[in-house]
Ligand binder design. Structure first.
Ligand SMILES: Nc1nc2c(ncn2[C@@H]2O[C@H](COP(=O)(O)OP(=O)(O)OP(=O)(O)O)[C@@H](O)[C@H]2O)c(=O)[nH]1
Ligand SMILES: [Mg+2]
Length: 361
């Protein structure tokens, strides 16, 4: 799955964008939209040009540019390693292990990949180190493919309910805005639930995005029970025949039991108020934290039963290899990736494009 309209609206690639410092980042209220409001309104009513499928080359180029830090870190090391060798031997595998672990693939995933590579070398009698590259790419693709998953945004009866969770500052609210933007472009009616009643200005931040996008937010006062906000949102969504509800939640550490319990309660209320919901429980993970993301994902998955992951900030990190590690260890699909701070910088995850963007020149 690929959103058709991304290319027209995506901003100029900017490889030099430094990784955002989350602690000092101003609230998203101050972030300028890439798309001027007049233009957004125009887009939302549907331009024929947006219906045209975009050439794959353009999409890959965009992804490569956004993943350039990971490409440079990971691939350059692999290529350097392979080009300096004459034979495939134990030393080569030792060095490869180091590069893969250094590329944030984690021990477990690295072990799996090396096992597969050793097997290929044996079965296919590979002799030239340069042949390893292709097999490595295939191995990563295999891991990522198992969990290719499409985001559920259409259910009968509507609305599809998407619950967004994650630790502080990973990009939950921004992802919600980006997703609402994409869904609105698809002609869907979206309602947001201001379920972060904890952090100062969180409700206002969501409201600000919603105003710009022209979508409705259901909110209570700061400090209110988020489960009550979610209850009201689902009733409103049913009454207004909304297609999709997206629930924002407060950032919470996966280690804080009471906060995880609050999240479970939100999930229970959603399930009670709408059959089959939540249709998606998405954990938003900041790719810049690398292997820490695996621990977060495991605990959130245990508590809530995740249906998918959103990897954000892949544009600002060399740790993109963590995507492979998380998919391998959790068997939960990455559904969306964030590759920038602007509205069009959210993409459905596609294993093939992702692997090509990591490996191809
Ligand atoms: N470079 C980059 N920045 C991103 C991406 N996604 C989110 N951000 C930035 O990350 C910062 C935090 O985003 P928020 O959406 O407020 O994060 P949050 O998880 O809602 O934070 P809390 O509500 O405080 O827990 C903002 O400055 C976003 O612009 C991404 O894909 N790439
Ligand atoms: Mg937030």
């Amino acid at each position: 799955m690929r959103w058709k309209f991304w290319e027209r609206k995506q901003p100029k690639p900017d490889d030099d964008t430094p990784a955002p410092d989350v602690a000092s980042t101003p609230p998203a209220i101050e972030v300028d939209l890439e798309v001027p409001e007049e233009e957004l309104a125009e887009v939302v009513v549907g331009e024929p040009a947006l219906e045209e499928a975009q050439p794959r080359q353009g999409f890959l180029r965009f992804l490569k540019e956004r993943l350039s830090k990971t490409r440079q870190g990971f691939l350059r090391n692999i290529d350097r390693l392979l080009s300096g060798r004459q034979t495939i031997d134990a030393d080569l595998f030792d060095d490869l292990e180091e590069v893969l672990i250094g590329g944030d693939l984690g021990v477990q995933t690295t072990t799996r990949i090396l096992q597969e590579l050793r097997q290929s070398v044996k079965e296919q009698r590979l002799q030239n180190p340069s042949e390893i590259r292709l097999h490595l790419k295939e191995s990563l693709l295999n891991i990522l493919h198992v969990n290719d998953g499409e985001l559920c945004t259409e259910v009968v009866p509507p609305p599809a309910v998407i619950l967004m969770v994650g630790v502080n500052g990973v990009g939950k609210t921004t992802t919600i805005a980006k997703l609402a933007y994409q869904l609105k472009l698809q002609g869907k009616r979206v309602i947001l639930a201001a379920g972060d009643t904890f952090r100062a200005a969180a409700i206002e931040q969501l409201q600000e995005w919603a105003d710009r996008l022209g979508v409705e937010v259901i909110k209570h006062v700061a400090g209110a029970d988020p489960a009550a906000v979610v209850y009201d949102t689902i009733q409103a969504a049913k009454a207004r025949h909304a297609d999709v509800v997206i629930v924002d939640t407060a950032g919470r550490l996966h280690t804080k039991v009471n906060l995880m319990e609050e999240c479970k309660k939100i999930r229970r209320v959603i399930a009670r108020e709408h059959e089959g919901a939540p249709h998606e429980v998405l954990l938003v993970l900041d790719a810049t934290v690398g292997q820490n993301g695996v621990v977060q994902a495991k605990q959130f998955h245990e508590a809530l039963g995740l249906t998918g992951l959103v990897m954000t900030k892949l544009d600002g990190t060399a740790k993109g290899g963590v995507v492979v590690s998380i998919v391998n260890e959790l068997k939960v699909p990455v559904k969306l990736i964030g590759v920038g701070e602007k509205l069009p910088d959210l993409q459905p995850f596609d294993a093939t494009s992702f692997t090509e963007a990591m490996f191809d020149e």
